[in-house]
Every structure is written in C-alpha cells, then in structure tokens.
Ligand binder design. Structure first.
Ligand SMILES: *[C@@H]1O[C@H](CO)[C@@H](O)[C@H](O)[C@H]1NC(C)=O
Ligand SMILES: *[C@@H]1O[C@H](CO)[C@@H](O)[C@H](O)[C@H]1NC(C)=O
Length: 292
C-alpha cells in the first residue's frame, strides 16, 4: 500500500521540497549555537542550493542568499516597519503526504536502510532526492545539543505524542502557522508590518519543520532557553497578505559567531534577541491557556 501511493506522489512534491533544504537546515541549526558551524560544515557540501547561484552569499561581495532573509530583531517589531522577507511558496497539493502511524511504522526510517529506501521509492543513488533523503535522515539521527529535545515525526500521531510529552499530559495545546491570505508568485519581497504584533504567551513552544522526504517528515524540537512567539500581520509590496508566525530567541550569547542571522542582521552574538519568520508549512505548537 505504502509503496503504490508513495511512488505515485513522490516526484514533483519532493523536487520542490529538496530545493528548500538550505532554509530548513538553517532553521534547525538556529538552536544549535556553537555546534552550528561544525554542522553546517558537515552538511554544507551536500546541500541542494536554490537554483539562482549568483544570488548565493559571497563573502567578498556581501551578497546574501535571499532564502536567508527571514531574520529580524525586536527593534523591527513596530507598525509600518518594512522588512524584506523570503517565504517559500509551495502549493498545498504538492506537499508530501502525511502517513498514518501504522503505515509510517511499516517503512524503516534509518540512514542504515538508505539503499533499501531508495529502491522502495524508486530513486536513483546520487540523485538530488537521494541526497535530500540522506540529509534528512542524518539530521534526524544527530544527538540533540545541551538544552534541546528533538524528535523526527513521521506521522501526525507521533508529532502529537511529542508535543504532549513537552507540555505535560494535563496541558491542552494548539498549533499556530504562517498563513497567506492571498499570495503572488514572488517568494522574496518587501513586507510592511500592518498591526502591532501580538505575542502568543507560551512558557514553552515546540517547532516542527517540514523536511525533504518522499512522505511528510517533521523535525520537531524545543529548547530550555527563552523564546517568544508572535503573530505578525504583513502586507507585501506585491499585494500579498500574510498572517505570519515568528519566534524570537531571547538569548543568542551562546550561538556561533558564524550564524547566518548575525551576518544578515549585522549584529554580534548576545547583543539583541534574534527573531525569524516561519514558512507556511512549518508548525509551532503552543499550550492553550486554561480557562478558569
Ligand atoms: C525593498 O525595498 C528597497 C527600497 O526601499 C529596495 O532597494 C529593495 O530592492 C526591495 N527589496 C525587494 C526584495 O524587493
Ligand atoms: C490581495 O488582496 C488585496 C485586497 O483584498 C488586493 O488589493 C490585492 O490585489 C490582492 N493581491 C493578490 C496578489 O491577489
């Protein structure tokens, strides 16, 4: 069963997903502080970069890959502020399929099984999709860093179990996501903050990032350090309306100096909280306030 649907659905969606790998790895590495340099060196060589090579960050010319344009600081969080932002725009119909727990459990999820998996999904060795799968499996298998708890969910049920374990059995929780009210095809454009951003008061948050894989895989994680979650209403210069979710990491003093956010924002580690927007298909789980 898994096989027939996976074969049918794999091609298009998976290509699209693989091209956003740089952004995904970037978001995941946000939490990884001084580890990030080592890890980006480890994975950097295998990355499928966006196709516009000339835009990719070049140390000498100070140009920045547009897909890194997701960062801002708390100082920018005011009505009327203009921020250039990159939002990958994937049609929901091309997103990889979310499996049920039983079906997910029937397919191995391990880099040791990569060869079998490539055969199972009819992907050739060395293809961009094969590399993306390998990267996803490696990122899922890395030990979390100190203060972080992580889990790769291959079904909705396992993602909910992870969120429940983060918030405690008695807590109820919900999901917030970036949503497009209407959208143009421009992935990178200037947006203006339309209303005062609303903080979603959450003592803890679990971020789940979609990973390139033939079916839906979410890299979910949370940290002990303080984060704040916001809903921000944005108007794009191309007519896009976005109800965006952003997270601010309040303490960046332990992050690597090489972290992309410091380059983009031109700030030093630990000087200002670093905030970033979430792409539309990533999920942020937060406890819902208990009514009393
Ligand atoms: C955003 O606006 C500035 C000028 O206000 C312009 O230089 C820049 O190219 C714009 N960025 C994008 C992505 O359109
Ligand atoms: C989005 O909606 C606004 C107002 O509803 C409209 O003016 C604008 O043209 C729309 N943009 C696109 C890209 O459809």
């Amino acid at each position: 069963m898994g096989r027939s649907f996976a074969k049918g659905r794999k091609s298009m969606a998976f290509e699209v997903a693989a091209s956003n790998l740089l952004l995904l790895i970037l978001l995941i590495l946000l939490a990884h502080g001084s580890e990030s340099r080592k890890m980006s060196e480890k994975y950097g060589n295998n990355l499928e970069l966006p196709s516009n090579d000339d835009e990719i960050k070049d140390e000498m010319s100070q140009r920045v890959d547009p897909s890194l344009m997701i960062f801002f600081t708390l100082k920018d969080m005011k009505v009327g502020q203009k921020i250039p932002i990159y939002f990958p725009k994937r049609e929901p119909s091309t997103s990889p399929h979310l499996l049920g727990r039983d079906e997910a459990a029937s397919i191995p999820f391990s880099s040791k099984k990569l060869d079998n998996l490539l055969e199972f999904f009819s992907l050739s060795q060395g293809s961009p999709q094969a590399k993306a799968m390998e990267n996803t499996l490696s990122l899922c298998e890395i030990e979390p860093i100190k203060g972080e708890t992580k889990f790769c969910a291959t079904s909705l049920e396992s993602m909910l179990d992870f969120a429940r374990s983060a918030f405690g059995l008695e807590s109820s929780f919900g999901v917030v996501t970036t949503t497009f009210l209407n959208k143009s095809s421009a992935t990178f454009q200037n947006y203006t903050i339309l209303e005062m951003p609303k903080e979603i008061l959450a003592p803890k948050m679990v971020a789940c990032h979609t990973m390139p894989y033939p079916y839906a895989v979410y890299y979910c994680h949370y940290q002990e350090s303080e984060n704040k979650v916001y809903k921000i209403s944005l108007g794009g210069e191309n007519g896009d309306g976005v109800d965006a979710v952003a997270v601010c990491h309040m303490d960046t003093s332990h992050w690597s100096r090489d972290h992309a956010s410091f380059r983009v924002l031109r700030i030093e580690p630990g000087t200002l909280p670093v905030c970033h927007f979430f792409p539309a298909d990533h999920l942020v789980w937060v406890p819902t306030p208990t009514s009393s």
